[in-house]
Design a protein around this ligand. Sequence first.
Ligand code: G4P
Length: 525
Amino acid sequence: MNLQKEILKRRTFGIISHPDAGKTTLTEKLLLFGGAIQTAGAVKSNKIEKTATSDFMEIEKQRGISVATSVMAFEYGGKTINILDTPGHKDFAEDTFRTLTAVDSVILVIDCVKGVEEQTRRLMQVCRMRSTPVIIFVNKLDRDGKDPFDLLDELESELSISTRPLSWPINMGRKFKGVYLLYNNELNLFEANKTKKSKDVVTIDDISSPLLDKMVGSEDAEDLRNDVELINGVYEPFDEQMYRAGLLAPVFFGSAVNNFGVKELLDTFIRIAPEPQPREAVERVVEPGEEEFSGFVFKIHANLDPKHRDRIAFLRICSGTFERNEFYRHIRSNKKIRFSNPYNFLAQSKNVIEKAFPGDVIGLYDTGSFKIGDTLTEGEEIHFKGIPSFSPEIFKEVINTDPMKTKQLEKGIEQLTDEGVAQLFRQNPGNRKYIGTVVELQFEVIKYRLEHEYGASCRFDPVPIHKACWMTGDEDKILEFSKYKPKEIAADKEGNKVYLASSAYVLQMARQNNPDIEFHETSEL
Ligand code: G4P
């Protein structure tokens, strides 16, 4: 069947890392292999600068540019690969979390010098919540990093996932000689080279072969033999099912900037990474092979040019075939919508498409009808689960400073929070509105956009809120707790009750005193 063939061909994934570990470099090398770009440096220019100043317009502009690289599709080894870009910049961590709801697997890049870092932990937390299969690429082996065995231990203990090395480095830093591929006994010798696509690979029948001594020297050959013996003694053979269940991460070592170890990673990726997977909806599980189309919006990008108020909604196709100019049902508004210019992102350019299949991500022009998490179907009432909200870090109250523009302010706040720029919590009585973000910068962005796009003006007053916690558990107890603390209870955009704890201590006390209520720092419960 045609649809089944298209599904089996697709691999949709994201590359995640703490900033600077080498995500952009690795992405670029993968695109080079896929022929999607011709020269190194093409992806780099789209990156949000790490030296970001408080000039948020500049950051937004760069973010705007990155729309072009939000999805990068290319063909390799008979597969259609969709890389979903996840901003490394921590100001856009929420974007990244949401993008992870649209992938079927991830590649996690680790800097061998730094090991597990803050963003690595948070991103992996999201992957674990969804049991997303993970392949780990330990990067920068041309630098003196941590001992690989220590690194594996660190990955396991810090990320709560089992690991299984599939390649093994021979030295590091200036003495780095290459990697030994544990799954097919190949020796891949290192030579710093930033442009070459393939490398000299030597196949060794047996690790005790004298050829190994000849290639890397007796001392390193002996060390490698000892390491391999240890690995085979300590680690179970690689289990693909465990990987697909998100319980076991195969580990590769290499150097992205030198294009070393990248091909092995890509070849293994297309062999083991899952094709588009079933998606859980509130009503039922949706299989990609179902005839009827369904998909959900995981990202919305606004056009910063005030003359063009349109936005781009990114839709992940979950089942069936999407077709241009067909009417689809927008579940939230119960309206039929048709798209005359849906596009894909093949080879870094936008092309209008006639059809798209499960696993594909398409861009839809939107004039304000979409919200993150929205579903489109051929008619069936489906609500896809799992677009999580995390408790913001900074909270402020919105104070309207132009009463004549109340409506505009309401609309602006509604739409900007639909885009996922920030989270909105409403408190009744009093109709107070709190905006929560991860970083201060977002308040400036919101204020600027409210003024320029909606003609509304407001002020943000600080409020003593430490965390927003979604509550589950005994309904009566939640009701009682909410009555007792009306000033600390608000509703999120979906109308879910949240507890706005004023400090870590207060939250701890609330947890202690209310054992029948669970306080979650994420909305995906
Ligand atoms: P990110 O997207 O995860 O933030 O990381 P990015 O790829 O931009 O890489 C961060 C820095 O690490 C870059 O250096 C990049 O060249 C370097 N890098 C990537 N892979 C390797 C590697 O295998 N070995 C070594 N030694 N360095 C690597 P930069 O100085 O920030 O940028 P550039 O001036 O090199 O472009």
